[in-house]
Write a new protein. Sequence first.
Length: 115
Amino acid sequence: MGRANNSQADSGNSAGGGGLVSLLTGLVLGTLGGVTLALLTAPKSGSETRDVLQRSAKDVPERLGEVVDDSLDLYASFLNYCQMNVEEQGMRLRRALAAGKLAAAKKREEIEIGG
């Protein structure tokens, strides 16, 4: 049972670190699958299909660049969101600790005055 939990934790860690790689791999594989399907079902002649493929192939770097840029923007936004949450939770923890120290000091003072 312990080994299963460890392997699940390991797979969770590796999935978090390779999210962008997995996304890009999926996009490339999806593109290749789409091109293959288009070639198999194309109603056009071979030369027309080649012309379309050449035009589409010229657009791939630009489209891929846009996808990468969008992914990086999304990743940066997520990191910013996480940082803000951590800072907010830290502030709440500091306030709670200060309130606890104040309450303990008051109680200590009550005990000393009363006893």
